[in-house]
Design a protein around this ligand. Structure first.
Ligand SMILES: [Mn+2]
Length: 280
């Protein structure tokens, strides 16, 4: 019963049902920064990237786990990430379109979306047209469909009951509980899968590539996931189509985010840490 509930709810054949949004100029995709507070060097790199490189008419997709941790219903979190949020407000004000996808470390983003004009919350992901090429982006935490424990937790974290609970529990307690949850999840899933034994890394890759493949089969030409921090990418022919699956990896260490510009034939990795260009 649980199985049929999830296979209905969390079907990976998302492409047909999706509402496709055209990307006019550049597409920037950022996830898994795991910013803990505004003074975090990753936060500063992100602010530089958005302020200096993301232009009017561009689309910026924030594909989950930008923050670690963040529960948007509580003001304490909005205050903690003031620099990042105001940089997104500036971007929106100059005509950048922003899509938020919730991760497993940042949830209840509706309040943030309200603060930022030109922004939308997309669940479970966003479907884009890159000059007629179909691109699907999601956080990636749905990829492992055999992880029932996590999928149940995910549903609970998105329930109205939890939202209500977060509203009535005092902010410092919510903060402490969510930080503990985040630490636990970090111990469970190492930050860098490339440090896993080869057989575990290959199992992980298989799970994500299989999930991406289902979405590609359902009509997407490009699939972008994050979440597992594996810097993976495959490009291959599927019938007449050239398809691509790419994973964000872990920008704080790998130093790249994802980008597409008019005329590009694929999604590319671009440098994330602005200062790296100066210091080598
Ligand atoms: Mn995640």
């Amino acid at each position: 019963m649980i199985r049929s509930f999830f296979s209905k709810k969390l079907s990976l054949n998302v492409w047909n049902a999706a509402k496709v949004v055209p990307v006019v100029r550049n597409l920037w995709v950022v996830s898994d920064l795991h910013i803990t507070h505004d003074e975090d060097s990753t936060a500063q790199s992100f602010v530089e990237l958005v302020d200096l490189q993301v232009m009017a008419g561009d689309r910026l997709v924030l594909a989950g786990d930008l923050f670690d941790v963040f529960l948007g219903e509580k003001q304490i979190f909005i205050d903690r990430f003031q620099l990042v949020i105001s940089c997104l407000k500036r971007a929106a004000a100059r005509g950048v379109f922003i899509d938020f996808i919730e991760g497993n470390h940042d949830l209840q983003l509706a309040k943030v979306v309200e603060l930022i004009p030109n922004s939308r919350l997309r669940e479970p992901g966003v479907a884009l047209s890159l000059s007629g090429v179909n691109c699907w982006i999601e956080h990636g935490d749905l990829a492992n469909s055999s992880d029932w424990g996590y999928l149940l937790l995910r549903a609970a974290l998105r329930s109205a009951a939890l939202r209500l609970l977060v509203e009535v529990v005092p902010a410092p307690l919510v903060d402490r509980i969510s930080r503990t949850a985040s630490e636990t999840s970090r111990n469970h899933h190492p930050m860098l899968p490339e440090s896993l034994p080869a057989s575990e890394l290959s199992n992980l890759r298989k799970i994500y590539r299989t999930a991406a493949n289902q979405i590609l089969l359902s009509g997407a030409d490009r699939v972008i996931f994050g979440h597992c921090h594996d810097r993976d990418e495959v490009i291959f022919r599927m019938g007449e189509r050239q398809v691509q699956y790419i994973n964000m990896g872990f920008p704080p260490v790998h130093g790249t985010v994802l980008h597409w510009a008019q005329g590009d034939d694929r999604i590319r990795r671009v440098p994330f840490r602005y200062q790296a260009a100066h210091s080598g």
